[in-house]
Design a protein around this ligand. Sequence first.
Ligand SMILES: Nc1ncnc2c1ncn2[C@@H]1O[C@H](COP(=O)(O)OP(=O)(O)OP(=O)(O)O)[C@@H](O)[C@H]1O
Length: 672
Amino acid sequence: MDEDWDAEVGLEVPQAYVPKADLMGSLGKNENCDPCSAWSGDFGSKDRSGFGKDRDNFHSKDGSGFGREREVNEDCAFSNRGRFGGQRGFRGFSNQGKPRGGYRGGRGGRGNGELDDSCSREVEISSDFTGWGRRFGRGEQKENEGRGRAQGYQRIPRGGYRANDEEVFSKTTGSLSSTVEENGEKTGPKVTYVPPPPPEVEDLIFAHYETGINFDKYDDIVVEISGKNVPPAIMNFEEAEFCDSLCKNISKSGYLKPTPVQKYGIPIILAGKDLMACAQTGSGKTAAFLLPLLQHLMQDGVAASRFSEIQEPEIIIVAPTRELISQIYLEARKFAFGTCVRPVVVYGGISTGYTIREVLKGCNVLCGTPGRLLDIIGKGKVGLSKVKHLVLDEADRMLDMGFEQAMRKLVSFPNMPSKDLRQTLMFSATFPEDIQKLAADFLKSDYIFLTVGQVGGACSDVNQVILEVSQFSKRDKLVELLQMTGTERTMVFVETKKKADFIATFLSQENIPTTSIHGDREQREREQALGDFRTGKCPVLVATSLAARGLDIEHVQHVVNFDLPNSIDEYVHRIGRTGRCGNTGRAVSFFDLKCDIPIVRSLVKVLSDARQEVPAWLEEIAFSAHGTTGFNPRGAVFAALDTRKSSSFSKDLGSLNDPMNPSEDTNEDLWE
Ligand SMILES: Nc1ncnc2c1ncn2[C@@H]1O[C@H](COP(=O)(O)OP(=O)(O)OP(=O)(O)O)[C@@H](O)[C@H]1O
């Protein structure tokens, strides 16, 4: 079951969760237990039937390893019983097992209380994650640890825990606002957290990881463009004719040549066209929109003015999580280095006063998660009349049920230029056709549709392995995998916040230094957790789907889907945390026959399209579960269809030969 997104996004928060078993207590007396330090908690025997000496609190009747008070769906409760299927072709992880240990912190207190491990799944719509940019070196991280060191959870009256404010989406007003002042009334503790400042040292600002061996293979990927008057792609950054500052910053970033989405996207955006762009995870979509937009600002000669009571940014960028928007902000700050353009980032979970002060220092590029963005606009601190460019990153997420209302509210503000008077850009690795149609409400009718590879296709640099593992065997299997990955960075995805904490606790018991990140944790805890993962202090990060999109962290070599998600798009994004920028990676997913049948067909298709080995047992399940009609898992790799082509637009839109591969036949070859 996925996180409780309503509580995250801010639908009215149910009663604060009161943990039946005080996690912190069972972790040891120190509420501020150090993350990933040598495990000091006394968890008694290594018997894996429970989490430790408080096993009574964690045991369900069936010994599944969870507290008896939890709502247990017997079929899907996970514990150490049962078997797991071996997997033909599973090559295992590199064997660098080293003893490790330690886990900090439990979970926040908001959510819907009981853990329900049933197979039914909810979709977590968003939250505001953050964690300063991936570039913090150990030194920087150390310094920030001193500053923003994670605190233990705050006990609030009435017992239980409550993560400091998340943004609350008021059911009544339909607006996202901080819980501190919802409709003028105080609704929760004031958020006072101020994140550590972003790096000032140039080396840290421009720190980057190397492209992988497969970087040049990007040029072999099928590209499709539909729309009118499409400018030709660039072969190199010089052809974009960026200003000197941008050219220097591109070079300092280690970018030697553009990726396909940049080759085609940059000239389209420079030409002022609206764009819906789909390209695989880790292929440089962020720079594809940032570079041309910053070029527009440089050409227009804008400069941030700290003397205005109301800031009027020329660019607004939205993304679904704090983590991702912070990352985009750092990229914008990097590319704008040495110029008078000032990016600012706003997101929930941090002091509103701090946010406003940062904006009022000057703001040309406003990066934000929807809640805090709408909040600060509503407070009159940001004017929209000068907005020329609006970017929706992870656009399909921004337009699905959780955010559509907020996005419509954003574009409906009185001074926000209409879609015909601004440039709107949408980027994602996945773009379901129904969302594409919805996107048309935000784009000019003549927008360009760009697909690099197959929309929704997985990155082919990720080796995907599917193992049949029942809920009862997952923990054993996970430990086995992690003991092989050693200190290699591994992200483990689970479906609920509570499970994230329980699994992280369990792994700590197994001397695997682990931390967790999910929507119920305090802001500083998230940043600490992410920092520990980035620096390698905790090479294992247990995360919910909140961390599935956009995270660009160096050296993530493995992704484990402890629980498969309920949507194939989510799967594609999760495994895309590895295998980035031409590097290779590996994703192992535990397929539970009792829970995961609904995704089996899509999963086989994604594996096939990415030319991965499809286990025979999985294919059989796919055929038996849904029959064979209309299911051809080894069918051709299809580029996405521009949904406009299925309507009257089709006569106006032509596909262009891929100018990068003039010999490419734009008809049949596209489909092979
Ligand atoms: N032209 C380039 N040359 C070298 N590295 C690049 C280039 N473009 C982007 N990168 C690097 O590749 C990594 C992935 O880029 P980015 O995060 O923008 O990918 P993405 O397509 O947005 O991925 P996702 O879909 O997961 O959000 C980043 O570290 C970025 O700095």
